[in-house]
Design a protein around this ligand. Structure first.
Ligand SMILES: NC(=O)C1=CN([C@@H]2O[C@H](COP(=O)(O)OP(=O)(O)OC[C@H]3O[C@@H](n4cnc5c(N)ncnc54)[C@H](OP(=O)(O)O)[C@@H]3O)[C@@H](O)[C@H]2O)C=CC1
Ligand SMILES: O=C(O)CCC(=O)C(=O)O
Length: 493
């Protein structure tokens, strides 16, 4: 299958002959090819989006929302098909792929509901016979740049609030996962979303992404991806005075206190560390454990991961799928070697799986390091693979300090049965998301999603907070006194 760009409601072959294979990370099968589109194609997409936006913004929001309901029904109708494509293209196991598609469905219905809210504010004026209110206005054409690890959910987190608010968009999906973008594009077409409201340009970040950020008619860039790329996006966006929303990496920790329910904690750690083969921005990659229960927790964790089946995620018996590509596999392996050199103790895993049946895919063993010191690289940097580092602490205060000592601030979790510890932790953990007695993953679409410190730049995806990225506030004063009234004049002197 050869992927085309979706521009102005039409599927158009890229003028670029160079194509990149789309590879199933479970077995190396080539699923199709995707073009490395050009700057000229970004130009075409922006101009289609700009033209469409004039009419789209004038359609009443509840009617715009009707398209989102239709998109939600279509996603639901195609859920199993989409999940199968998602697993084949990205590698996550099928039950997680279904869960990801469900996030898209939930986001469609949630944002469709916003079409009847999009609340502004009314407030008294300081003058007589004057009415004051603020409303959310669409911004225009927005640019969406997304990663491969949640190829459909993250696209829906961005595109659905964008369109319900009256914007049109140009979307650059990751070159690794174009099939999911193609599937979503087909749904936009099938529900009759007006031409030019949704535009998809496939290609590299350096060409297509850069062209989008530099384009004067794209007013907002909503980006999710790594910190290295996010910094470049912010820098270039800043030069062009763009509103840039960044959702980036994490180094998320589960804290296990001495009073915790340990089997619950083990479940939470295993699910959030090894689900999606550790390739979630919210994945648990550190376990901060009280010294009194460290050994027991370690034994339980080793036993639990020995039960994890690794393989092709299309097989429902498999719990851990492949990682996205060879480069990712090598990066994970690099960190594991560093961990050993730094003196951390390998408790389980630690190797690339390359013997049959794994030889054609990209598999890494679920891996546990213990006796990790907080200043080690494996305790500080995002590995983005199935690797956890156990760090021992003596108190809640120390656990919180260790949690907060990394440059990221996305998700954190505490297992404890002591309400005082729990409330102190939720106050002091410096992350955008805090879980109590649950692992670090599993965000729900109607709450803000994002993080503090190096994880972001203050914006949020999901929930009503997403509307802040895609709308501009407009304050409106209506004077019905019939005479000239002057605000900001002090009449007493
Ligand atoms: N906080 C959050 O909400 C989330 C954060 N992430 C983070 O994403 C990362 C994994 O995703 P990954 O795809 O590898 O991230 P990357 O940063 O490599 O890529 C993200 C997107 O940016 C594009 N891109 C690359 N270079 C540029 C550029 N110079 N200008 C504009 N766009 C560019 C990529 O295109 P290309 O197709 O060329 O790769 C891709 O579409 C992890 O760090 C993870 O933590 C993931 C999910 C959620
Ligand atoms: O598991 C979650 O909370 C969401 C994770 C996510 O969206 C991501 O890692 O990209």
């Amino acid at each position: 299958m050869r992927i085309k760009n979706y521009i102005g409601g039409k599927w158009i072959d890229s003028e670029q002959l160079q194509q990149v294979p789309i590879v199933n990370p479970a077995n190396g099968t080539v699923l199709g090819e995707v073009p490395l589109s050009t700057k000229a194609e970004v130009e075409m997409a922006v101009s289609a989006a700009k033209e469409a936006q004039k009419k789209w913004a004038l359609i009443p929001a509840p009617k715009r929302a009707d398209y989102l309901y239709e998109i939600g029904y279509k996603l639901r109708e195609k859920k199993e098909h989409l999940a199968q494509v998602l697993t084949s293209e990205m590698g996550k196991v099928i039950e997680e792929a279904r869960g990801e598609v469900q996030e898209g469905i939930d986001m469609a219905f949630y944002m469709a509901g916003e079409g009847r809210r999009l609340f502004g504010e009314t407030t008294p004026s300081e003058l007589a016979d004057k009415f004051a209110m603020s409303v959310r206005s669409p911004i225009g054409v927005v640019g969406l740049i997304t990663p491969w690890n949640f190829p459909i959910a993250i696209a829906t987190w961005k595109s659905f609030p964008a369109i319900v608010a009256g914007n049109t968009f140009v979307w650059k999906p990751s070159i690794e996962t174009p099939l999911m973008a193609y599937e979503l594009g087909k749904i936009f077409e099938e529900v009759g979303l007006p031409d030019g409201v949704a535009n998809i340009v496939f290609g590299s970040g350096s060409t297509v992404g850069t062209a989008m950020i530099e384009h004067p008619d794209i007013k907002v860039i909503s980006f999710t991806g790594s910190n290295a790329t996010g910094s470049k996006v912010a820098e270039l966006g800043g030069r062009h005075l763009k509103k840039v929303s960044l959702e980036m990496g994490g180094k998320n920790a589960v804290i296990v206190m001495d009073d915790a329910n340990l089997s619950l904690a083990v479940d939470g750690i295993v699910w959030s560390a090894f689900g999606t083969a550790g390739q979630r921005c919210t994945a648990c990659s550190r376990v901060i454990v009280h010294k009194d229960i460290k050994q027991e927790l370690e034994e339980m964790l080793v036993e639990a991961i020995s039960q994890l089946t690794v393989g092709d995620g299309l097989d429902p018996a498999i719990k851990v799928g492949p990682v996205i590509n060879r480069k990712a596999l090598e990066k994970i392996n690099y960190y594991v070697q560093i961990g050993k050199q730094e003196g951390a103790k390998l408790l389980a895993g630690g190797k690339i799986l390359s013997a049959p049946p794994f030889e054609k895919g990209f598999y890494f063993e679920p891996t546990i390091f213990t006796d990790v010191k907080n200043d080690m690289m494996i305790a500080q940097e995002e590995i983005f693979g199935p690797v956890i580092s156990i760090i021992e602490v003596c108190s809640l205060e120390e656990a919180i300090e260790v949690n907060n000592s990394v440059k990221f601030g996305l998700s954190s979790s505490i297992f404890s049965q002591d309400i005082n510890k729990i409330f102190k932790a939720q106050r002091d953990l410096d992350t955008g998301i805090v879980y109590v007695n649950a692992g670090t993953t599993g965000a729900e679409i109607h709450l803000p999603f994002g993080g503090t410190k190096g994880t972001g730049n203050g914006h949020r995806d999901s929930g009503q907070a997403a509307l802040d990225v895609f709308t501009e506030w407009k304050s409106i004063y209506v004077d019905y006194s019939g005479k000239l009234q002057r605000a900001q004049i002090d009449t007493e002197n």
